[in-house]
Design a protein around this ligand. Structure first.
Ligand SMILES: *[C@@H]1O[C@H](CO)[C@@H](O)[C@H](O)[C@H]1NC(C)=O
Ligand SMILES: *[C@@H]1O[C@H](CO)[C@@H](O)[C@H](O)[C@H]1NC(C)=O
Length: 738
């Protein structure tokens, strides 16, 4: 666990300010264009028999192959047995692959360079292992329901932030040579009943929230999409012509292929005609029912599915394969999912995990500069979340238990930890240098925690909240969280410690928001460190922040409410018909609800001032029309307004700020949210230094979806431009008049 060199990142971190050294380290590979890929695909297609074609679109069956999904090779065109493998934060079922920060933690860095590098490293590891299609990144769930079990696999309930993050991740992955798979498309916002329930999402809500980031995925040339388990308006996602043919392939002009979530296909003919292009894993989990294969062949021969539809499936699949260059010397899968083995493919990728573990931390409270710590005489470290689970970080399959420090959720979107640095491991290393005495209570017993804390200068209490995929139930949580309280009576543990120690620091690892009210105003709780889901470098990133090697620079990618009810969304039984434009901060703003910590919030060890707002350019009003590119109507992607602001580090230490731009649409856009994120920067500044935040607004950023006209429309009137340090800490305002 500890037998590796701790990378000396702490000080190098802030010098990333000007240069972008990580660009150079990334695997660069030209991703060709779709037109070239289609030319090659057409030529290969002409040499295939119907039987070949069926084998390209049909998985070999559950657990029939090394990867979680496999198709048959077609030797005549040099096409391999395609290997599809989870998942969004690392390669599943391989020991020695990197356990990266989870998607939600990547989002909380708001650092596009790190997000892109993470994608590139994910792809590089997948390629080394011979994986053709890596099953991620995730934009569904978006995170409508804060207790939704798989929210942490994706990025943020804000579609703009998720859209930027998913596009950067896809580009990084595909440059490394692997095919990305944007998932789960669409409307799968909870685990309960996901395989039967319907998500009846109104057209405008679909476009402005749930489809928005998938539009970015198409624009980033995602090779593939995965359709989800749920129904939309009564028809399963994997046979829903409305979402697959109409929205994805026609409106967004998606050139890649759609594969089913595992066993999410329900019909032979309906799915083929509804827009599905590949069935995974090719059978049900009992290995009995096969909906394509020979059944699809008969449907073609019987005329229920046109030959041209099968050709279209194959053309899309082959084009995606050519697009990322997998026809040229791509490795063969050298691992076996069903017998986890060691493959050291992590290289130096831990540098990205450490940087994210550190820069995704959000400092929520810091009374009288309690942090950073400076050589304290004694510290008590408390809570089961402070240590690696006694049975080991990988003791439970697919991380389906919560016995130690939490660094990822559970389910198919997990990886094996190659090692896991827990908070206590890293704090001990630092304490040795500082001559600090450490006392511990590494369970969640409140009395024992208080005893350990009583005589220490500082008490660091680590608590957590876990969630995951519904096929595993952990401590009564069937995927979705039961509530927004910490697990293992974490509130009582914090309160007991704070009752005896006047310098209590709370560290929280969580899949999503928690209610902090029981202790947030307690004067003895001098700091609250929101440490997210940081991956294998958890403790090292935490120590970088606790001791000030870096100033905290993460910002919340969601709202932390005072009461769970304030979110207005819940896990439902049966169909979900509650969909509107007002989720997360859009709701809090519209309903005038004061959150505990608003979307975009995060403290630092320095201060930033904002000045000199400039706004240049304006869009023409009306609907976007004309030629299409990947991602929809071309002009939607044009930069139409440039906003700049001067950001100055007016405090005493180097740090990084995330200036955010929010747009308020004019009243001629009906019922629009008061403000919506439409730009952000991450600016690293030495003490006293200034920099410029630049926000390029695309036409789509200033549009709303007009269902009547079936178009993105730029309304007329005054647009409010708000630039600030969070969604509620607006420092500069201006307007654009259209
Ligand atoms: C589902 O139904 C709603 C309400 O009629 C409609 O607005 C929406 O466009 C439908 N979705 C699809 C994908 O057809
Ligand atoms: C930031 O500014 C506040 C208020 O002006 C001040 O109290 C605080 O000490 C400053 N912090 C730093 C690190 O400079």
């Amino acid at each position: 666990m500890r037998a590796y060199l701790v990378p000396l990142l702490a000080t190098a971190a802030l010098s990333r300010a000007s240069a972008l050294p990580n660009e150079a380290k990334q695997e660069k590979r030209a991703v060709s264009d779709w037109a070239t890929a289609y030319t090659k695909a057409n030529s290969a297609l002409s040499r295939l028999s119907l039987n070949d074609k069926i084998s390209i679109v049909t998985g070999t069956g559950w657990q029939a192959g090394n990867c979680v999904g496999n198709t048959k090779a077609v030797g005549s065109i040099g096409y391999p047995s395609l290997c599809l493998q989870d998942g969004p934060l690392g390669v599943r079922y391989v020991l020695g692959a990197t356990a990266f920060a989870a998607g939600v933690h990547a989002a909380s860095t708001w650092d596009r360079d790190l997000i892109r590098e993470r994608g590139n490293f994910l792809g590089a590891e997948a390629k080394q292992l011979g994986i053709h299609v890596q099953l991620g990144p995730v934009a569904g769930p978006l995170g409508k329901i804060p207790t939704g079990g798989r929210n942490w696999e994706g990025f943020s309930p804000d579609p703009y932030l998720t859209g930027i993050a998913i596009a950067d991740t896809i580009e990084g992955m595909q440059e490394a040579g692997v095919q990305a798979c944007a998932k789960h498309y669409i409307g799968n916002e909870q685990e309960r009943g996901r395989e039967q329930m319907g998500s009846n999402i109104p057209d405008r809500v679909m476009h402005e929230l749930y489809l928005w980031p998938f539009m970015d995925a198409v624009h980033a040339n995602a090779a593939s999409f995965m359709c989800s388990y749920n129904k939309i308006n009564g028809s399963y996602a994997c046979e829903n012509g409305g979402i697959l043919n109409r929205l994805l392939k026609e409106e967004l002009n998606f050139q890649g292929y759609v594969l089913s979530d595992w066993n999410a296909q329900h019909t032979t003919v309906g799915s083929a005609n509804g827009g599905l292009d590949m069935t995974m894993p090719g059978s049900d989990f009992e290995k009995r029912n096969i909906l394509w294969g020979p059944a699809l062949q008969s449907a073609v021969q019987g005329g229920q599915v046109q030959q041209s539809r099968v050709d279209d499936m194959v053309r899309r699949i082959l084009a995606a394969w050519y697009l990322v260059g997998q026809d040229q010397g791509y490795p063969t899968a050298t691992f076996n999912s069903w017998r986890i083995g060691q493959r050291d493919v992590g290289g130096n990728h831990r540098t990205n995990v450490r940087a994210m573990a550190r820069d995704g931390i959000v400092l929520l409270k810091n009374t009288d500069n309690a942090l950073p710590l400076s050589k304290p005489k004694s510290i008590a470290v408390i809570g089961s979340d402070a240590i690696v689970a006694p049975r080991g970080a990988n003791a439970c399959a697919d991380r389906g238990c919560n016995d130690g420090t939490l660094a990822m959720g559970w389910g198919s979107g997990t990886a094996e930890f190659p090692y896991l640095v827990a908070p206590l491991d890293a704090i001990r290393t630092q304490a040795q240098k500082d001559g600090t005495t450490i006392t511990t209570s590494t369970n969640d017993n409140a009395q024992q925690g208080a005893n350990a804390a009583r005589n220490a200068d500082y008490a660091i209490v680590c608590i957590n909240s876990d969630s995951g995929e519904g096929y595993i139930i952990v401590e009564g949580n069937a995927g979705d969280r039961i509530n927004l309280d910490p697990w293992h009576n974490g509130n009582a543990l914090v309160q007991a410690v704070a009752a005896v120690n006047k310098k209590t620091i709370v560290v929280i690892h969580s899949v999503g928001p928690l209610i902090l009210e029981p202790y947030i105003d307690n004067p003895n709780v001098v700091a609250v460190v929101w440490a997210g889901l940081p991956g294998q470098e958890s403790g090292n990133g935490l120590v970088d922040i606790l001791y000030g090697a870096a100033s905290p620079s993460g910002k919340l990618p969601y709202t932390i409410a005072k009461r769970a009810n304030d979110y207005g969304t819940n896990i439902v039984s049966g169909d979900d018909s509650q969909w509107d434009l007002f989720i997360d901060y859009r709701r809090f703003d519209q309903q005038n609800i004061t959150p505990r910590f608003e979307f975009g919030f995060g403290l630092s060890y320095t201060n930033f001032t904002y000045s000199d707002l400039t706004i240049e350019g304006k869009p023409t009003s009306g609907p976007a029309t004309g030629a299409k590119i990947s991602g929809g109507v071309k002009v939607l992607w044009d930069d139409v307004v440039t906003v700049t602001a001067k950001i100055t580090n007016s405090g005493g230490v180097a740090g990084a700020e995330v200036p955010q731009l929010y747009i308020g649409l004019p009243s001629s856009a009906p019922q629009a949210p008061p403000k919506q994120l439409r730009g952000f920067n991450k600016i690293k500044l030495e003490a006293g230094a200034s920099g410029t935040a630049t926000f390029k607004l695309r036409r789509r950023d200033l549009s709303y979806w007009d269902s009547g006209r079936q178009a993105w429309v730029v309304p007329t009137g005054d647009f409010t431009v708000s630039v600030g340090a969070s969604s509620r800490d607006i420092r500069l305002t201006g307007k654009i008049t259209v």
